[in-house]
Design a protein around this ligand. Structure first.
Ligand SMILES: *Cc1c(COP(=O)(O)O)cnc(C)c1O
Length: 428
């Protein structure tokens, strides 16, 4: 399907068609590892990428392929590769670009797990990350050096108080001849379409809003198809003969699909971070209602954030959807349908009051997840960020007095009543 279908139509139909074998209207779960070749010539053509088809489910699977096309369409990209988690998607995005000694310049405002992955784990591959404040465009430009191969940020940065000026960041990356990778997990393509703002690649943790009900982990890398991998000699995996695929020049042969094909033919083949068809099925179910859920997440988040901001038991609320937020002016251009459903707030009474507050909540679940239909809460300082120093906690927006909320799609009056009773117990 092609535009000009609207978002609500595409979130249901893009990539899917009635099953050619049975007429099944819903996308079947192709629970199979391998696919029978018609004959030896067919097998050879598939392995040579001369014909597109299914070989083995570590590489491709028809259920997963529908999800890939659906997310690529919603993001306005040319292709996508799904994988086993959001963290896998980040490695899959960097893998064709990086090599030992190369670095990625990343925003300081990232999901905590990404900071960890980029600070320590990628060093085992000989890669490294330099973290800078992406509001300081001169610092961003200055951090880029001859070994930089990508620029990485989140559109609406987890935990939600910060919106990245994507066009400005894209301009700096483009001037340096580098791809911009945007993690669009918190925003989803319903609220923000990073490719329209200059992103080269978009990554997702489909675990969150895209699936939307806390059932499966998954990830996705979407390629805009617009980057010229052959403009410099910086990206030899795509522009030069690739030794990992019998010397194929991916960009020359596959054009705008080079990145996606490399991700499948080399990335999934050799790293094996594959999404399984059952997981893809749950995520396809979720995406069918993405716009409806995101509208309600945003509406509820706005009402709850305003209520908290006016409450004397609360010190401050960091939600870009509030007029008081220093990032509120970016909503209109970057995410015009709203600033998402995720934010933090500070409870008067500090660490102890936060712990009492989290324990007293009844509807909100205390979990390390976000983007569920159910409302979720986490006190980062006593959980995910407890290993960090107070200074590191504050820099990550996880100071001891701060609680993160992921606002669900329940009745907002019930959510406020729950927060109210828990705050009363917390500050008693
Ligand atoms: C959860 C999350 C990730 C990691 O995704 P997993 O599916 O948990 O591996 C990456 N980025 C953001 C913004 C996230 O919220």
């Amino acid at each position: 399907m092609t535009m000009p279908y609207g978002f609500d139509t595409l979130q249901i139909h893009a990539g899917a068609r009635p099953d050619p074998a049975t007429g099944a209207r819903q996308t079947p779960i192709y629970q199979t590892t391998a696919y029978v070749f018609r004959d030896a010539d067919h097998a050879a053509a598939l392995f040579n990428l001369q014909e597109v088809g299914y070989i083995y489910s570590r590489l491709t699977n028809p259920t997963v392929a529908v999800l890939q096309e659906r997310i690529a369409t919603l993001e306005g990209g040319v292709g996508a590769v799904c994988c086993s988690s959001g963290h896998a998607a980040q490695i899959m995005a960097l893998f064709p670009l990086m090599a030992p000694g190369r670095n990625v310049v990343a925003s300081t405002r990232l999901y905590g797990g990404t900071v960890q992955q980029f600070s320590n784990t990628i060093r085992k591959f000989g890669w490294s990350a330099k973290f800078v404040d992406f509001d300081d465009l001169d610092a961003l430009a200055a951090a880029i050096d001859d070994d930089t191969r990508a620029v990485f940020c989140e559109s609406i940065a987890n935990p939600g108080g910060y919106i990245t000026d994507l066009p400005a960041v894209a301009k700096v990356a483009s001037a340096a001849g580098l791809p911009l990778i945007v993690d669009n997990t918190s925003a989803t393509p319903y609220l923000c379409r990073p490719i329209e703002h200059g992103a080269t690649l978009v990554v997702h943790s489909t675990t969150k809003y895209l699936t939307g009900n806390g059932t499966v982990t998954g990830g996705c890398v979407v390629d805009s198809g617009t980057f010229d991998w052959s403009a410099s000699d910086k990206f030899p995996s795509l522009s030069a003969p690739e030794p990992a695929y019998h010397g194929l020049k991916f960009h020359e042969v596959l054009g705008p699909m080079a990145f996606t094909f490399h991700g499948i033919a080399v990335g999934l083949r050799d790293l094996g971070m594959t999404m399984n068809p059952q997981g893809a099925h749950y995520t396809l179910m979720g995406i069918e209602t993405l716009s409806l859920r995101m509208e309600r997440h945003v509406k509820n988040a706005e009402i709850v954030a305003q209520w908290l901001e006016a409450d004397p038991r609360v010190d401050f609320v960091t939600y870009a959807g509030l007029a008081s937020s220093p990032y509120n002016h970016r909503v209109a251009t970057i995410c015009p349908k709203g600033a998402g459903g995720l934010f933090t707030f500070a409870v008067k009474g500090g660490y102890d009051a936060c712990v009492k507050f989290v324990n007293a909540l009844e509807i909100f679940s205390h979990v390390a997840n976000l983007g569920d239909t159910r409302s979720l809460v986490i006190h980062s300082a006593s959980t995910t960020h407890r290993q960090l120093t107070p200074e590191q906690q504050a820099a990550a927006g996880a100071a001891p007095n701060v609680v993160r909320l992921s606002i669900g799609i329940e009745d907002v009056g019930d959510l406020i009543a729950d927060l109210d009773q828990a705050l009363t117990k917390a500050v008693a």
